[in-house]
Ligand binder design. Structure first.
Ligand code: SAM
Length: 223
């Protein structure tokens, strides 16, 4: 049988900011792939490893930890190597987790690795689940009791680069019944209705008219 892979977001560094879902997944897997910046594959420089150790101690479970050398050089060869470690772990185990800091959707190597896994083992990719987490900036906002956006303000996440970059845009707080023609699609829009609630719907397009207040649109950047 094919292994099951989970890409698990660990949150902003405090183990109490690990979600219950992430914890349950980590308790259920056979092995956890843990990124480390050490080329000798020790965990001496791995913040992620420190979180996993504390988590296992506090919640009284123990798992095989597989080091994934992640030098953060934005080098495709590194991602190939990282993906091959995860793929090997999936050959040797029934359930495997790969862990990442913050949320997997925010500048994490998770999606570089998943792109390679998609090419090499489509079934594993299709069945894989990404578990979301609390971002560093959600934690930063909470620490100083300042909202990231409120009322008629917006939130921008800006990578510190000296060139223009494609943007993901999130559109939220619509009025029920509103037409969406003024939302211009620049990348690829998905519409999300009642996420995690009764009547949840995810559309791989922009819906024409808003039916529920709990609707958001994400125009994902084009890479
Ligand atoms: C590769 S990104 C990963 C972001 C992460 N996935 C998240 O959801 O926050 C790393 C950047 O996030 C920010 N960051 C992540 N953790 C942080 C922390 N504990 N304190 C301050 N900034 C942090 C820093 O700007 C850092 O350079």
């Amino acid at each position: 049988m094919e292994a099951k892979l989970f890409m698990v977001s660990l949150g902003a560094g405090d183990i109490d900011l690990v979600t219950i879902k992430a914890l349950e997944v980590l308790k259920s897997v056979d092995a956890i792939c843990v990124p480390t910046k050490s080329s000798d594959k020790s965990f001496s420089k791995s913040l992620t490893h420190k979180i996993i150790l504390k988590l296992m101690q506090k919640h009284e479970f123990k798992k095989e930890l597989i080091p994934v050398y992640s030098p953060m050089r934005f080098n495709p060869e590194d991602w190939e190597e990282e993906a091959s470690v995860v793929l090997r772990a999936c050959e040797d185990n029934k359930k495997v987790a790969f862990v990442t800091l913050g949320d997997a959707g925010i500048y994490s190597s998770v999606y570089y690795i998943l792109d390679i896994i998609k090419e090499k083992n489509f079934e594993l990719y299709e069945d894989c689940e990404v578990v979301p987490g609390i971002t560093s900036f959600s934690d930063a906002s909470a620490r100083i009791k300042k909202p990231l956006c409120l009322g008629d303000s917006a939130l921008e996440i800006v990578p510190l680069l000296d060139y223009e970059v494609p943007k993901t845009k999130i559109f939220m707080r619509p009025k029920i019944g509103m037409e969406t023609s003024n939302i211009k699609e620049e990348g690829k829009i998905y519409s999300f209705e009642n996420l995690n609630f009764e009547g949840e719907k995810i559309y791989d397009k922009k819906i024409d008219r808003v039916k529920k207040y709990m609707t958001l649109f994400v125009d994902f950047f084009k890479g």
